[in-house]
Write a protein that binds this ligand. Sequence first.
Ligand SMILES: NC(=O)C1=CN([C@@H]2O[C@H](COP(=O)(O)OP(=O)(O)OC[C@H]3O[C@@H](n4cnc5c(N)ncnc54)[C@H](O)[C@@H]3O)[C@@H](O)[C@H]2O)C=CC1
Ligand SMILES: N[C@@H](CC=O)C(=O)O
Ligand code: NA
Length: 816
Amino acid sequence: MQVFKFGGSSVGTPERIQEIASWFPDAVGKQQCGGVVFSAFQGVTDQLISMAERAGAGDDSYTTDLGSMEGRHIDAIRKMLPSSQQSQAIAGVKFLLNDLEDILQGVYLVKELTPRSMDFITSFGEQLSNYIIHLVFRHHGIDCDYLDARTVIVTDDQFGNAEVDMDATLQNIRNHYKNRDNRLQVITGFIAATETGVTTTLGRGGSDYTASIFAAALEAEELQIWTDVDGVLTSDPRVVKEAFTMDVLSYEEAMELSHFGAKVIHPPTIEPAMSREIPIRIKNTMNPSFPGTVIGKMESKQEHIIKGISSIDNVALIRVQGSGLVGMAGVAQRIFGALAAGRINIILITQASSEHSVCLAVMPKDAAKAKKLLEKELRHELSIRKVADIIVEKDLSIIAVVGENMRNTPGIAGKIFQALGRSRINISAIAQGSSELNISAVIQQRDKAKALRVIHDAFFYGPRKTANIYVFGAGLIGGQLLNDIRDKQDWFLTSRHLDLRVNGIMNSKKLLLDEDGIELGGWEKKLASTRKQADPGALLEFVKKNQSPNTIIVDATADEAIVEWYDAFLKQGVAVVTPNKKANTNDWEQYRRLSDLARDNDTQFLYETNVGAGLPFVEAVKQRVASGDEIHRIEGVFSGTLSYLFNKFDGSKPFSELVRVARENGYTEPDPRDDLNGMDAARKLLILARTQGKALSLDDIEVENLVPEELRGDMDPDTFLEKLKVYDEAFEQRLDQAKKEGKLLRYLAILDDGTPRVRLEAVDSGHPVSGLEGSENMLNITTDAYSETPLVIKGPGAGPVVTANGVLNDILKTIK
Ligand SMILES: NC(=O)C1=CN([C@@H]2O[C@H](COP(=O)(O)OP(=O)(O)OC[C@H]3O[C@@H](n4cnc5c(N)ncnc54)[C@H](O)[C@@H]3O)[C@@H](O)[C@H]2O)C=CC1
Ligand SMILES: N[C@@H](CC=O)C(=O)O
Ligand code: NA
């Protein structure tokens, strides 16, 4: 035998009710259903309460609602029953509504709403809904009776929250079923009556209680509570996207989760079923085939150690502290006594074993009162400073991790606090019930969503990885990288289970280090205000002391001096990721050594952004080599700056002006002459040649230098740009010449059988590089496999966004 209960949301519209009637027999299946309890139609109970209150206040607007209530129920009948059955059903509804009208009018006339009248008035919601639904069920061929629960559930006369006389009630229900051959009863939830037949109601969660009482009386095999969610979720799905339905929970776990905000069940209402060990299944009316969550007696072996993470918001913490508390017997009793006398509910209590402070969590509305009460109670101790302070902290949340298996599993608390600590969430207080069913932590409310996510993640998804990153050079690329990490840290943590931390930032002046990871919001200010001077050696020592399996240094400078430190880091097993081309363009031995050191120390040296910024140029060459595909020719545009300059240079703007814009856009090297002199493109061609295994050096490359001879000496970039204006005309002449030939100017890099070369060429409009736009780079590789047409990669090849993204990709590749 089973008992079902459908809440108001399940019977919100006639369409829903008809759906339930159509699949109800399937949901019951082979078992028998003894009773199905319905709440009032959605919103009706609230409307009845409001009507009652208005009538009691002498406001006759309740009559309008009476009309609309009649309309809604009659409309439901018209939609769900055939015309032949409608008039009888409507008559039944009108009969009930007449009674309702009478009582409301009585209340209106005497202008007094007693709790007793309120119960009577609200009882009509369930009477109406169940009367109609039982007719609909019959119309769908389901054999059933309408059962007004007031004829069987006996209570005292505490109106609004009556207490059930369980023995009498269970006996009444059993007698009732005996007389009806255990036929299905459609039962009014929420309502009951006193011994003398006066209507009462069962308070919050009343319909669940009705269903639980029936399940107990019938010794049901299962009680099914149908609602609008798939069951009990592991956390609030609006906050934790990965939250999922827990298939089994113990009664205690369900109650604990309910207490902490997951409104699963209202604890007192499940008592009748729980004390008889009747499993309670939570099911979704909108998704009837989903198995839902079963709440029952705990099986010894469970898949999950914890069952859910819930929270209570808007909590205040009251801290009573002072040396006088130590060893002072009876002080706890006085604290709790004072708060109890003030009817203040305490949500959580902790006391450190030093006995130096007692901590209490209360709702914020109670905080001021609680503080006053405690100040009064402890005024003597306060006056002689035995109690130093009573402090109230607000805007807190309590996170509760619930699961019976925690009791037998060591390390759970550690895991929770590690998850919070790694996310830099500060804990104000901790409590664990002695049942070890629940571990609670009080945190800042603003950290709540993050806390729920990281704890959920720690328990329901395997162990996460941590990357510890150190960035040299916080300029355009380094700065963008730091901002990207800052913005994506949360996403990586929750979606990729990767804790990306930056533990060090060094620019040319300062060094900022933090073994727990720098909070990246406002990193610029922190770097500027740190007292440590820039010092790669100090950074290396720090890394050695704090090294983790995934430690990575990023060199986002263009400095030779940093390159000298790569060896030491690689020998330490630290990965090196760099957009800086210097290391790869010194002598061949150095290039080889870096790759060898990485290999020998089980780490990586990655430099994808050296060529084509984030575009996978280096990767493409590595792949050709790895697969034994011989490369015959590499041709392309490898300078974002030069690409931009010649794509835009059509005579409408002076050449020097375009150089200024390229620099503003972040395409150029720190000194734009490193682009214009062709050295940047030459370095890139060299790096691709070396990646291919060719032991070339920069001297082997023929380079066309576009920097006028007179401007090649020592000068800062601004001066250079100013002086370059003088040469605008010369550049225009070159452009005009190309135009005359119907050609376009492009700065090409070529590696073939001839001399490797980078130079400005006038190409036909059909040339592959002719269609480049903006800062786009292009790589064409002709190989054995790609012989007829080359392998082509093209896209933006300079600028902070794509470069920092490429650096981040390299960082991710190093993570083990
Ligand atoms: N801008 C771009 O589109 C691309 C740049 N790159 C490379 O990225 C690197 C950085 O370029 P940007 O960020 O554009 O230059 P940038 O000039 O904006 O930044 C470099 C930063 O490094 C700092 N620095 C210099 N020497 C240092 C030292 N010894 N220790 C610590 N910091 C030091 C400077 O103070 C500056 O803030 C360069 O090697 C460049 O070739 C690579 C691909 C694309
Ligand atoms: N200055 C370089 C930036 C990328 O390496 C370029 O212009 O391509
Ligand atoms: Na690249």
